[in-house]
Design a protein around this ligand. Sequence first.
Ligand code: PMP
Length: 374
Amino acid sequence: MIYLDYAADTPVDAQVLDLFCQISQDAFGNANGAHRLGRKAKQLIDNATINIKNQLSCLNMEIIYTSGATEANNLAIKGVARNYRENGRHLISTCLEHASVSGSLKYLQSIGYEIDLVSIKKDGTVDLDHLRELIREDTILVSINYVDSELGVCQPIKSIASLIAAYPNCFFHVDATQALGKIPVCFEQIDLVTFSPHKFFGLNGMGVLQKNDNLILEPQIHGGTSTSYYRSGTPFTAGTAATALALELCLDQLEERLTQVALKSDWLKKQLSNYPLVSFNSTEHSVAHILNLSIKGVKAQAFQAALSDQEVCVSTKSACSTDNTPSRSVLTVTGSRELARSSWRISLCHLTTDRELQEFMEVFDYCYKSLTKK
Ligand code: PMP
């Protein structure tokens, strides 16, 4: 099997899994328990939290643990919207967001909030002039991802943050799920950051919302003890420690891994460009580990199924949308419904070997020839 879907999920690192198992057995006490095992668990969570804050240089932020980035995005967006509704009911986002962001916004729209989507330029980045036109005194939140999961476009987060900073009632939320652990990131001037460790060799079923200390959210889950007022439920001690370790391991080797992935990605693009019906949808601003392409005239699902029959795993759209509709992100960036219908994604990581890529190209060649012959 050749796995080229690392933007959807990654295998858990052995050290992370070992730590998870060890803590699950040795420190299983409820961290809110006023006994020895409870205190041990609480200490582990506190250590993990400090570790994460140090690594992300965000000592003045609160870390809230959730079940995934989906829940973290819901909490960030609905939490701000509900708590700051007296300041305004206007929110801004893009059409490149994950379903958990667009879904939260759609829900807010259904209960009377006003949502505007900022234009995306041909290179996949946010049109800052349009954002400047859209933002108003009653805008309470701008939510824009660092890197989108389909095209892998890295947004000019610093410039967006500076623009928003002139509006004191407006918070900035960044979904960093596809960026953290893959590229160097800077979270300065960002009020809310969300991410998920299963994208960087941590565990599935965990998510993190990092929020500015002086920002208040309306909780989305009520009742029960927790590590945070904002998210009820028995603290997940082993999960938090595993998240901190996964982050540490991948940030330690970030530059090295990024260089490796960039070399592999360049090689792959060169090989794929030899096929006349291949069109790249990822842009010059896309990260190295995500490559979105279309084979003109071949529906994405047909090409994916042909690759899957040959034991190659790639994604159409993001793994979180299962329908067969054209990709909204690809349509926005390319302006072509045909490309949007035939787009699919290869995603790499440092574990991808040259041999796997060579084998992938052989399979690709076979599928291309069989699906494009008239
Ligand atoms: N945001 C982005 C950009 C994603 O790619 C994903 C996962 N595909 C999510 C949020 C949701 O993450 P989780 O699976 O942890 O809920």
